[in-house]
Design a binder for this molecule. Structure first.
Ligand code: AMP
Length: 356
């Protein structure tokens, strides 16, 4: 009997690609990584094969497409045009519209509002003058963020009405930014929504997140401070966005929860997300397995939690404790195979079961 082994193409070569490739391998699926920096990367190191080429190299993309059964992306800044090109050859997840929206903070927030989800008050900033005008309307603190390419707290700064707009605008060094009022949140959550080729949707249990210096520090899930009403509100919001961006795959929505229990949209990432790494141990189907299943149209898996889990990120500065961490009997250690441990760089994570 011919087993017809499938190959999943993965755009991007970081730790999310690595964990997607591992989930694929567990189902007998080969992973083929495509990225400009594929060689020696966390993902290519454990994948079946890789292509090192630019995302706009259509010759390399066509060759890649001829070698795979479906493609997914681990990285939301892959050009939407790359996704559109590949979609002409193979099923392509998460789809070009999801990427296009997620690549720009203003587009994300406008979309969230258009489907009735609350956002922080925000202003589009394109010059020192527009920043002066926005700052004059400010009531308290705000965060100025580049609309594109920012991640893990990079490309953002706190400002107030007293901030020198000219200095702040120059320091941000961009052509377009968003000024967001500072949300005095009770806690932060994220939802991971999945949507298949037929439009069938569902959500993983809610995650509760703590950030340090703009980087995710710890997730506890299912979220201990969320009641049923909050969970339904957050899931409905994530599903509304998934439909609006025509999601094919998995997508995280990060949000603030106000002191009155309202979900306030922050951002989306149409890919597996750091705050759902606990699903590897904590759910029947992990976020990575779900992404693989949906991309290859193998039917979505059940994603209920089998207990409550804590996931902690291991950054470069935590590597000094690695010996101690790797010997803990009650936790699952994941390292991403990165040779250089820089401060703030995500090197791995540890998941511990809390109850259940
Ligand atoms: P972001 O890159 O937009 O996800 O921001 C990283 C983290 O900074 C968030 O998870 C929050 O902890 C904090 N943050 C970002 N935007 C806001 C905001 N408008 N109000 C309060 N905290 C924020």
């Amino acid at each position: 009997m011919d087993m017809n082994v499938k190959t999943l193409g993965i755009l991007g070569a970081g730790q999310l690609g690595r964990m997607l490739a591992i989930a694929a391998a567990a189902r007998g699926i080969k992973a083929h990584i495509f990225a400009p920096d594929a060689k020696g990367s966390p993902a290519a190191e454990i994948a079946h094969s890789f292509t090192q080429a630019d995302y706009d190299d259509e010759t390399a993309l066509a060759e890649f497409a001829s070698q795979i059964d479906a493609v997914t992306s681990e990285f939301e800044n892959v050009p939407a045009s790359t996704m559109r090109f590949l979609a002409g050859h193979v099923p392509a997840s998460p789809g070009h519209k999801a990427l296009h929206i997620a690549q720009n903070r203003l587009r994300e927030k406008h979309l969230a509002r258009s489907v009735g989800i609350a956002t922080p008050k925000f202003w589009a900033i394109t010059s020192a003058e527009t920043l002066v005008a926005a700052l004059s309307e400010l009531d308290g603190k705000a965060i100025l963020k580049t609309t594109e390419q920012g991640y893990d707290g990079k490309g953002q700064m706190q400002v107030t009405a007293e901030t020198d707009a000219k200095v702040a605008w120059q320091a941000l060094n961009t052509h377009e930014a968003i000024l967001e009022s500072f949300v005095d949140f009770a806690f932060e959550i994220s939802v991971l929504v999945w949507r298949d080729a037929d439009g069938l949707m569902g959500c993983f249990p809610l995650a509760q997140n703590q950030h340090k210096s703009g980087i995710l520090h710890q997730t506890i899930a299912p979220a201990p401070d969320a009641d049923e009403m909050l969970a339904r509100q957050a899931e409905q919001a994530a599903c509304a966005i998934a439909e609006a961006v025509d999601l094919f795959g998995v997508m995280a929505m990060e949000a603030f929860v106000s002191h009155s229990g309202e979900v306030i949209f922050n951002e989306i990432a149409p890919r597996p997300h750091n705050s759902f790494h606990w699903t590897i141990e904590g759910c029947i189907t992990s976020q990575f397995t779900q992404a693989v299943r949906i991309a290859l149209q193998q039917g979505a898996g059940l994603c209920s939690a089998i207990g409550r889990y804590k996931m902690e990120n291991l950054l470069g500065e935590d590597m000094a404790r690695l010996d101690e961490i790797s010997q803990q009997a009650d936790s699952a250690l994941h390292l991403y195979g990165k040779a250089e441990a820089r401060d703030g760089r995500k090197m791995g994570h540890v998941t511990t079961r809390l109850s259940g």
